[in-house]
Write a protein that binds this ligand. Sequence first.
Ligand code: CTP
Ligand code: CA
Length: 223
Amino acid sequence: LIAFFQPKRLAGKKLLITAGPTFEPIDPVRGLTNLSSGKMGFALARAAAEAGAEVTLVAGPVHLPTPRGVRRIDVQTAQQMFDAVLPRAAQQDVFVATAAVADWRPATLAEHKIKKQPGDAGPPSFALTENPDILAGVAKLGSRPFCVGFAAESQDLARHARQKLERKKVDLIVGNIGAATFGRDDNALLLVDAAGERELPRNDKLTLARELIAEIATRLATP
Ligand code: CTP
Ligand code: CA
């Protein structure tokens, strides 16, 4: 019922959201990933759909149900996430990058499982190569949506968030206040944009998602 009575502040708007971790394979049985649960991105997709938006959710490997009314595209790697997002981005009103995209991937993918070497060959070493920056890629598009990034920092949140706002040339950066947000059901957020800073105090992720969607709707209405 609460969902039904959310104001339809995003009616007629299209939102594209990335969520979860990415998984970068090393060989057929191993890979690089991180502890992102996808909960914040899925909560935002739900809150945006409640607000009347047409929502596309590009999700890395997570174990979460698809929110009602949301179109979901599952991907594994950062490159696949990039390939799913970029062709759709110009048609969107808003892009929200909540995904914890792996910054690097193994430079080569072993066709077969890497075996321990006998003797003193030691462990294998891996060369890494940088993944494309999905958020910066969308922000660079000619006709681009309102772009929102997330910043996971372990120190100096406000300073790093503002640096990301400027470096990626996005409209809003949302920082997680306090460590260890990954996997938790609650969070506290710091909103950083050209106008200043604003804190959304600690709450469950769905409540915060609804507050953040309201903040985004306000910014869309008053550009
Ligand atoms: N992001 C992205 N594609 C990447 C890396 C990050 O879209 N390859 C997005 C994230 O979804 C997030 C924002 O960029 O919205 C910031 O991600 P973060 O990891 O904090 O920033 P980086 O630029 O990767 O810098 P660093 O990890 O060194 O802090
Ligand atoms: Ca990163």
